[in-house]
Design a protein around this ligand. Structure first.
Ligand code: ZN
Length: 448
């Protein structure tokens, strides 16, 4: 008899999980929205927001979180810390390649207004073409308050027709300043540009005179969609790396909901070692920011949490030495039309299971010790594992794993969901891999 998928826990139903992921991506057009949405969903299952601008000596929630800009950190602390316990950390990132609004944003040209934008991260530039884009991000008023804002379909990077560019199908060249400015309005009668900041202020209910500054990025407004012969695939923006953030979020929600039941639960997880989830911002631009993995965010939070657990000085260093970090970020599946770009023997596929990412130059932090921890978690969750390693002829990407490992000295393993079209505005994944990644994270937090 077919199972009624709607009654299964999220991470045990590909259909329920995929529809939740679609909702999460849709609610998270920027890193700021992703961090806020993650906080809101954690709040809905009993995580309490903490104030990082106040001392944490007393009254810190055992199950809590902070949102710092586009980053979020959550934790579950045990009632009593076992002597041999270490931090059990899952890391991911909230940001994705996009176009970012410049300060003086609109320009009038030939009867149209275009937005002046910078490139954020390393997008596939052609994937912006002929796609409806919205603007989203945060507005900060002169009194220092932050307001999140998002538009509907508003702009479009328009490609030139092949009749006008005869060579376009031989080689598409996009000049980063000249060719990527999105059209967002017709020119007005007096040829003065409209002000996108003013428009965003109106949407957010702010007097434009009160606006101090903004962090505003484009996002594709088309909703993610399942596709394929049996709906095995999902097309979406920002799967790198909301696929990992969502997997960890569902794992945390599941831990809490399992509560009193024998199979798992929040207490058992915290007993195995304090649970920490961190989703940093700015991975796509090198992580060297206050909310990025190369900044002090994780180190600071771990020190403060250790303080509330009564772990100081040398004991704190010993606890770090017993800790493990699973760094989750999307990886590459083998592309069927470009098979030569991949390793000849290691051929990960969509829907084949989450990846363990390996690189001899340590562009990934995975070593044999970290891999063993992750393989145990996958075995405990009955999740298949695939290896990823680059072809020697293709430079390997990197992620937050090596940064976290080198900043904190914690054993780290780089993992993630396989994708095709990474850094496109419409990426592709398999619907079976997300629930598996989530179940393996839960097993890791349960002490596998
Ligand atoms: Zn990534």
């Amino acid at each position: 008899m077919p199972t009624d998928q709607s009654t299964l826990p999220v991470a045990h139903s590909d259909d329920v999980y995929a529809s939740r992921l679609i909702d999460f991506v849709t609610a998270s057009p920027t890193s700021y929205h992703a961090a806020a949405e993650t906080g809101a969903r954690l709040g809905a299952v009993g995580f309490v927001p903490a104030d990082e601008t106040r001392p944490w000596d007393e009254g810190l929630p055992r199950r809590g979180y902070i949102v710092r800009d586009g980053a979020v950190v959550a934790w579950i602390l045990p009632e009593r810390l076992r002597d041999e316990a270490g931090w059990r950390i899952v890391g991911a990132h909230t940001d994705s390649p996009a176009l970012k609004l410049k300060p003086s944003a609109a320009i009038v040209r030939d009867g149209l207004q275009v937005l002046d934008v910078e490139i954020y991260g390393g997008p596939l530039l052609n994937s912006f073409l002929d796609r409806e884009l919205g603007l989203a991000g945060r507005l900060v008023t002169r009194d220092g308050r932050t307001r999140l804002v998002r538009t509907g379909p508003l702009a479009r990077v328009v490609q030139v027709a092949p009749h006008l560019d005869r060579g376009v199908n031989d080689s598409l060249h996009l000049d980063e300043q000249a060719h990527l400015l999105p059209v967002w309005a017709p020119a007005s009668a007096d040829a003065r540009p409209d002000d996108p900041e003013r428009y965003l202020c109106e949407l957010a209910g702010i007097d434009p005179a009160d606006l101090a500054f903004h962090d505003i990025l484009t996002f594709p407004t088309e909703r993610p969609a399942r596709f394929g012969r049996r709906d095995e695939f999902l097309a979406s923006s920002r799967l790198d790396n909301l696929s990992s953030v969502h997997a960890a979020l569902v794992a945390l929600e599941t831990l809490v909901r399992d509560g009193g039941r024998g199979a798992g639960g929040v207490e058992r997880a915290a007993e195995a070692g304090p649970v920490v989830f961190i989703a940093n911002d700015h991975e796509e631009v090198g992580s060297a920011t206050r909310s990025g993995a190369a900044g002090p965010l994780l180190k600071t939070i771990l020190e403060r949490l250790a303080g509330t657990l009564g772990v100081d000085g040398d004991a704190r260093a010993a606890m770090l030495a017993r800790s493990v970090c699973v760094s989750a970020d999307a990886g590459h599946a083998v592309h069927p039309n470009y098979p030569h770009l991949h390793d000849p023997a290691v051929r990960p596929v969509l829907n084949g299971g989450p990846l363990v990412k390996i690189n001899a130059q340590q562009r990934y932090a995975t070593d044999a010790v970290g891999a063993a921890v992750w393989l145990r978690a996958c075995a405990a969750a009955d999740v298949p594992v695939q290896n990823f390693v680059s072809s020697n002829a293709v430079p390997c990407g990197t992620t937050i794993g090596p940064i976290t490992a080198s900043r904190l000295g914690i054993t780290t393993v780089d993992v993630g969901q396989p994708l095709l079209s990474m850094h496109s505005q419409r990426e592709m994944c398999g619907v079976a891999d997300g629930p598996r990644l989530s179940r393996a994270m839960r097993a890791f937090w349960l002490g596998a």
